[in-house]
Design a protein around this ligand. Structure first.
Ligand SMILES: Cc1cc2nc3c(=O)[nH]c(=O)nc-3n(C[C@H](O)[C@H](O)[C@H](O)COP(=O)(O)O)c2cc1C
Length: 159
């Protein structure tokens, strides 16, 4: 597709995914957008050893949809790369808030994650399912991905 446009939309609580998403945007010559939580996550919020921390409560609640501060308009994009950290095996619930706020009809989705080692798992499939009408092209973990590695993966996924 000669005029295909790609957006890289990321959420990052502690900066790892932000770095990967910046590399991905350069790799695919895409536009970069950050999902900014209405309420920032503190380190106490992110404590996964605490059953009562905000991130634990959100991750355990299928209905949790943390609010987003900013508006992101994907109308002109054919392909959307969603980049996020793995929380409890899945994308953070704020990614669900995001995909449910947009029309994804006939848009390609590629999921890129960072994790502490558990990898992509089902997170890409699940978040694409929540993005109604989207076409899931695959996903991969890139904790230390180079521009060339990410480009190779995305090009292959879109073929
Ligand atoms: C609440 C929470 C839950 C997490 N759950 C997992 C997990 O299930 N598997 C895993 O490998 N890493 C897990 N991690 C580690 C993060 O995925 C990893 O540190 C990620 O790179 C952080 O990205 P960020 O700096 O962009 O926020 C978790 C981190 C947090 C804060």
């Amino acid at each position: 597709m000669a005029n295909a446009k790609t957006a890289v939309v990321y959420f990052s609580a502690t900066g790892t995914t932000k770095k990967m998403a910046e590399t991905a945007a350069k790799a695919v010559n895409g536009d970069l957008f950050e999902i900014v939580p209405a309420q920032a996550y503190t380190s106490a919020d992110l404590n996964w050893h605490d059953r009562k921390s905000r991130s634990t409560i959100e991750s355990n609640d299928p209905k949790s949809r943390p609010a987003i501060k900013n508006k992101i308009d994907l109308a002109t994009y054919d392909t959307v790369i969603l980049a996020y950290p793995i929380w409890w095996g899945l994308a953070p619930k704020i990614m669900n808030t995001f995909v449910e706020s947009q029309s994804f009809e006939n848009k390609n989705i590629i999921a890129l994650c960072t994790s502490g080692g558990s990898g992509l798992g089902n997170s890409g499939k699940e978040i694409a399912k929540a993005a109604k009408g989207s076409i899931y092209k695959g996903g991969k973990e890139f904790n230390y991905g180079s521009e060339a590695e990410i480009k190779k993966f995305v090009d292959g996924a879109l073929k």
